[in-house]
Design a protein around this ligand. Structure first.
Ligand SMILES: Cc1cc2nc3c(=O)[nH]c(=O)nc-3n(C[C@H](O)[C@H](O)[C@H](O)COP(=O)(O)OP(=O)(O)OC[C@H]3O[C@@H](n4cnc5c(N)ncnc54)[C@H](O)[C@@H]3O)c2cc1C
Length: 223
């Protein structure tokens, strides 16, 4: 969007996830402590993730967007772990091209799917934290680990808007880790915007201009 003159302080963070080998049942629901969030799967293993503290790869976009994130940083100074380099070719990697001509592949064609390697140190700590919570469990063994990139905004609220700078462009992004849950509703709203219909909701809170019209930064609910 920046290439088209649209400024949006969106960044992406890496979140790590682990799947354990089958273990006895602790609970059928999902639960979270400050150290680990978990849920039992059909195969009897648990899916573990760290609640909060995702990893932010610092790049030019992160530096540019820094002032927008001050409110979030003040509210939760340890809320993000900073890493100096994004994987090569990722959106905010230092060497990822920001401008290209229309007859060459864009960065989005060079890497179509963001599939970051998990941080194995973080994964090992997750397993230890989970085992420490339930010392009566047999040894907690790792079955699989993966990671994903999550789009995030300075106020942890999505942008759902018609783009004033680029008529015809509809923006729906920054679901901040809740895209699966709110995706169906967002899909309906975005379809209505694209069709020039009434979305049926007051979208003021989701406007892109909130980052530049002098509005105070108001953090949304994180979960
Ligand atoms: C670690 C992590 C935890 C999350 N936790 C939550 C949560 O607790 N609650 C929540 O609401 N949301 C959560 N999210 C966000 C949620 O996962 C996403 O919002 C959701 O998966 C997006 O769904 P999607 O179908 O739009 O895209 P995706 O799930 O990314 O699916 C896109 C699919 O398209 C495929 N694809 C891409 N390009 C091509 C191509 N050219 N040809 C064929 N196939 C292609 C990809 O391989 C992929 O399978 C989490 C995300 C991460 C990374």
């Amino acid at each position: 969007l920046r290439r088209h003159g649209v400024a949006m302080p969106q960044l992406s963070v890496r979140e790590n996830v682990a799947a354990t080998e089958p273990l006895p049942e602790i609970t059928r629901g999902a639960a979270a402590t400050r150290a680990v969030a978990f849920r039992r799967r059909e195969d009897g293993g648990y899916t573990l993730a760290p609640p909060g503290a995702p990893e932010l790869f610092v790049g030019p976009d992160a530096v540019r967007a820094f002032p927008h994130y001050l409110t979030q940083l003040r509210a939760d100074p340890l809320g993000q772990r900073l890493l100096p380099f994004a994987p090569r070719g990722f959106p905010d990697a230092w060497t990822t091209r920001r401008r290209w001509s229309d007859d060459e592949p864009s960065p989005f064609e060079r890497i179509r799917i963001l599939d970051p390697a998990p941080n194995m140190r973080r994964i090992r700590r997750l397993l230890q934290d989970f085992a420490a919570l339930y010392p009566e469990l047999p040894p907690v063994r790792l079955k699989r680990a993966w990671a994903g990139m999550i789009d995030t905004m300075p106020d942890i609220v999505p942008v759902v808007d018609r783009c004033a700078d680029l008529p015809g462009l509809i923006i729906g992004t920054g679901m901040s880790g809740h895209g699966f849950g709110i995706g169906p509703g967002m899909g309906e709203v975005l379809a209505a915007l694209a069709m020039d219909d009434d979305p049926g909701h007051d979208l003021t809170r989701f406007r892109l201009s909130r980052f530049r019209d002098g509005s105070p930064m108001r953090l949304g609910p994180n979960v």
